[in-house]
Design a protein around this ligand. Structure first.
Ligand code: NAP
Ligand code: ZN
Ligand code: ZN
Length: 366
């Protein structure tokens, strides 16, 4: 065949077969719509890129907030998912960190400016230019819409992916890429250790990882939950105490008793009730993000030199440190593995606090 015939042959076969997209996933096509099967293209593997077969993708409550536009205007179609665990299938010529067959994780961001003080200190999550989110944003070229982990394959720059210890199963690991690091980082920053009283508000995806880590770091751990039925699970995870927040009377008995409170609750609540549970010099860290402001009485803070702080995921070195810790101590998320066509029900159940304790999608079902 001459080049003209080859060209015509190629055009005809493309036309007849339709253009094949290289990635299959699930997307929300508009705010609040049910997620549906969706095909799209990811970029070719660049010099410093790693390609992975996604095995499991966790469902974070942040996915739900964004797919429902609870955090402000979002970009659609949206392929959510920032708890990604998979296996490397190919690498670019400049990749030294990974090889084909490695177990690899991708979390909440896929890039950052790499030059600001935060990036240079390994806190890319607080990048001065803003981290480049795994989805619902633009990549650093300013025009490619980032597509997340509810899909069968991913391409990422090697600097923004982590090694998953080979002894850990990938389904229980996936949630560590967001839920895990988001609780690990504040526990390390506020130095959770033996002799410290730590409370975790909300026993969901984030909260249950907070309990496991705080226990492993030696703290005395209390779960503050509005679901009394979760008490046995909380104790099985190692929590020393469980307090139902449904009964206002229960708050009195634990007033002024915690050094550190980690608030992972996804819904609005009266934060004053919880600030009063801090000892002198205690800190309440806001992690849950319902999207509405909190009202705080200054007297509650200054009357006992209390702090209210915030924490957002963690940087790349912390992410690797947390996974290595999990590999060593065999710490995993408690997961319910689902098929892709169950995502919408999983969203409803997560909103209803009916998740034990993270939904994880089997990526072979996309
Ligand atoms: P999740 O699995 O749904 O867990 C949230 C938990 O909050 C529920 O299991 C429930 O625990 C409690 N809760 C829910 N509704 C409540 C209500 N009306 N009153 C009192 N408690 C309620 O969610 P998640 O994935 O862990 O995420 C939690 C929050 O953190 C979300 O807002 C998410 O966007 C945010 N987040 C923040 C970061 C960050 O970097 N800061 C990272 C990831 C996620 P009980 O049943 O035990 O009460
Ligand atoms: Zn998340
Ligand atoms: Zn930066």
């Amino acid at each position: 065949m001459g080049w003209q015939s080859l060209y015509i042959y190629a055009l005809t076969s493309l036309h007849m077969n339709g253009y094949a997209m290289n990635t299959k996933g699930y997307a929300a096509l508009s705010a609040g719509a049910d997620l549906v099967s969706y095909e799209f293209d990811r970029r070719d593997v660049g010099v410093n890129d790693v390609e992975l077969d996604i095995k499991f993708a966790g469902i974070c409550h942040s996915d739900i907030h964004q797919a429902k536009e609870e955090w402000g205007p979002a970009i659609f179609p949206m392929v959510p998912g920032h708890e990604i665990a998979g296996i490397v299938t190919s690498i670019g010529s400049g990749v030294t960190k990974f090889k084909v067959g490695d177990h690899i994780g991708v979390g909440v961001f896929v890039d950052s400016c790499r030059k600001c003080e935060q990036c240079l200190n390994g806190l890319q999550n607080y990048c001065a230019e803003g981290m480049t989110g795994t989805y619902n944003g633009y990549e650093r070229d300013g025009k490619t819409v980032a597509m997340g982990g509810y899909s069968n394959r991913f391409v990422i720059n090697q600097d923004y992916a982590v090694h998953i210890p080979a002894n850990l199963p990938l389904d229980g690991v996936a949630p560590l890429l967001c839920a895990g690091i988001t609780l690990w980082s504040p526990l390390k920053h506020w130095n959770a250790k033996a002799g410290m009283k730590v409370a975790v508000m909300g026993l969901g995806g984030l909260g249950h990882m907070g309990v496991k880590f705080a226990v492993a770091l030696g703290a005395e751990v209390t779960v503050l939950s509005h679901s009394p039925s979760k008490e046995a699970d909380a104790r099985a995870m190692g929590a020393h105490h469980f307090v139902s927040t449904k009964d206002p009377e229960n708050f009195k008995a634990i007033a002024k008793s915690f050094d550190l409170i980690l608030n992972t609750v996804s819904a609005e609540l009266v934060i004053e009730d919880y600030l009063n549970l801090l000892k002198q010099d205690g800190t309440l860290v806001i992690i849950g993000l319902p999207g509405k402001p909190y009202s705080v009485n200054a007297g509650t803070l200054l009357g006992a030199r209390r702090s209210m702080a915030g924490s957002m995921i963690g940087g790349m070195p912390e992410l690797q440190e947390m996974l290595d810790f999990c590999g060593k101590h065999n710490i995993l998320s408690d997961v319910e593995v689902i098929n892709a066509d169950y995502i919408n029900e999983a969203y409803d159940r997560t909103i209803a606090s009916d998740v034990k304790y993270r939904f994880v999608i089997d990526a072979t079902t996309f």
